[in-house]
Design a protein around this ligand. Structure first.
Ligand code: DUC
Ligand code: ZN
Ligand code: ZN
Ligand code: ZN
Length: 485
């Protein structure tokens, strides 16, 4: 058994900062303390030893809008490791009418190439007895406890309220977690038609077709439906104050609701869509779209206040050639941007070095909080004896200018092109394997393992009093009252 020791660094977790060496044997942390030794030594002088990042929102090699997202499990997880992320959670996406288990087999097959550990969420894109039954197998036998619902993409992935209520109720029974892409798909479809009819065919019309109100309405509706169904709710890509406000209010009432801003929404704004270069704007088309500074401030405030818990990417990368499917019709531009490699350096640069987040909050929102929400803590998201050695040795003085020329992602551009980041991995370790070593990639295709998860029953429920208020009570009546004159 060969061992690795990380020497002379400062351990930074979601709640502690202290000097210690970290010993790793067989991919597991086996000791934390002074003066440790091992076969291989990694020097962490001047660095922070943190739990590797967890990105709970990726779409790798996903069939979408007539094409496939360009990063697969190999290039996607390589990009992740380059940026200090050691686990991704991808969405298995059944086509409407398709068996959930069949979709899962497809995702199992794609993920054999992963360079780091991964897990899945299951999307619910249609409803029926088969889905109801398969959901139990997915939770009990397949280790997947999160079910994503698209409230947008009408005519494709969208589910409507009756389907959502039925599915959320099932989620509640199974002790699982409901997730939503919260945008009102009916309103979006009408706005798209109107904009196209008026000759607004460019990428900026994408933003006009998906205003913050569309997201705020859907977030409020999903929260209410989750509450009635008794399911905890995770709102993916929370991009605006309206959505954040709904989450804040629900949490304050004791409902179990979480919100997930993306690094793109935190650091890029809507002005990107008004760039005269069509390619520049189209490359940034994603849903929800980038917002203005007021929304960005709301998201940053939510992260430090704790009303938003997780920073993700929604990594769904398309090449320029793929984006050009939408020339002359913005509704055909494949929705999605990359971010896996840049999430941690961008958040450190714009969050920690500016004082918006402490180092410990950085660890919480990039790793520990989602590990806890998804019930994979302390295997993941922790620097503890017995935890997986998914670690990043973070050098706060290392800097670079982001460029597509030097990225791991398979696409030909980067939405953060030209931005300078300070704070990068010196080493990234995935279950003890050093996958990034002082700027050199040493990833191993197929090293990644699936991480099964269990429900957090019985306490992981929506917690409002709605059920008590409306508990059925039969009223005995003696007769039919007389009607008025
Ligand atoms: N939004 C995107 O931009 N891409 C993938 C799916 C989504 O909801
Ligand atoms: Zn319906
Ligand atoms: Zn989405
Ligand atoms: Zn997504």
């Amino acid at each position: 058994m060969s061992s690795t020791v990380i020497k002379n660094g400062t351990v930074v977790t979601a709640d502690l900062t202290y000097m210690a060496d970290v010993l790793i044997e067989d991919g597991i942390i086996t000791a934390i303390g002074p003066n440790l030794s091992g076969d291989k030594k990694l020097d962490a002088t001047g660095c922070y030893i943190m739990p590797g990042g967890i990105d709970p929102h990726t779409h790798l090699e996903m069939p979408f809008m007539g094409t496939y997202s360009a990063d697969d499990f190999e290039s996607g997880t390589r990009a992740a490791l380059a940026g200090g992320t050691t686990m991704v959670i991808d969405f298995a996406l059944p086509a409407p009418g398709q068996s959930l288990l069949e979709a899962l087999t497809m995702w199992d097959n794609k993920s054999t190439r992963a360079n780091c550990d991964y897990s899945f969420h299951m999307a619910i894109t249609w409803w029926g007895e088969q889905v109801f039954n398969e959901m139990e197998t997915i939770v009990r036998d397949k280790g997947i406890t999160t079910f994503k619902h698209f409230m947008a993409y009408k005519g494709a992935l969208m589910v409507d309220d009756d389907e959502m209520y039925a599915s959320f109720s099932r989620v509640g029974e199974l002790g699982a977690i409901a997730m939503v892409h919260a945008e009102n798909g009916d309103v979006v479809a009408q706005l798209q038609q109107k904009l196209m009819a008026e000759g607004n065919t460019g990428p900026e019309a994408h933003a006009y077709s998906r205003p913050a109100e569309v997201e705020g309405e859907a977030t409020n509706r999903a929260i209410m439906i989750a509450d009635m169904a008794g399911a905890p709710l995770y709102v993916v890509h929370t991009s605006c104050e309206q959505s954040h406000e709904a989450i804040r209010r629900a949490r304050q009432k004791g409902m179990r609701v979480w919100g997930e801003p993306l690094i793109q929404h935190l650091t890029l704004d809507e002005s990107e869509y008004f760039n005269p270069d069509w390619d520049h704007a189209a490359r940034r088309v994603m849903s929800p779209p980038f917002r203005n500074k007021l929304h960005q401030d709301s998201l940053w405030a939510g992260l430090s206040a704790g009303s938003l818990q997780v920073v993700a990417t929604d990594h769904c990368a398309f090449t320029t050639e793929q984006k050009r499917f939408g020339v002359g019709d913005f509704t055909r531009i494949p929705n999605g941007t990359g971010g896996l490699e840049d999430r941690m350096p961008m958040l450190w640069t714009h969050g920690v070095t500016t004082g918006r987040l402490t180092m410990n909050e950085f660890v919480a929102v990039t790793s520990t909080n989602i590990a806890k929400i998804l019930n994979t803590y302390p295997k993941k998201g922790a620097v503890l004896v017995g935890s997986d050695a998914d670690l990043v040795v973070w050098d706060p003085e290392l800097s670079k200018t982001i460029s597509a020329k030097s990225q791991q992602s398979a696409i030909d551009y980067n939405v953060f092109e030209g931005k300078t980041v300070r704070g990068l991995p010196r080493y990234t370790l995935t279950r003890g394997h050093v996958a990034v070593e002082e700027g050199t990639m040493k990833t191993r295709e197929g090293h990644g393992q699936f991480v099964a998860r269990k429900p957090v029953t019985p306490i992981n429920k929506a917690l409002s009093t709605w059920k008590n208020i409306t508990a059925p009570r039969k009223v005995e009546r003696s007769g039919i009252p007389a009607t008025g004159v």
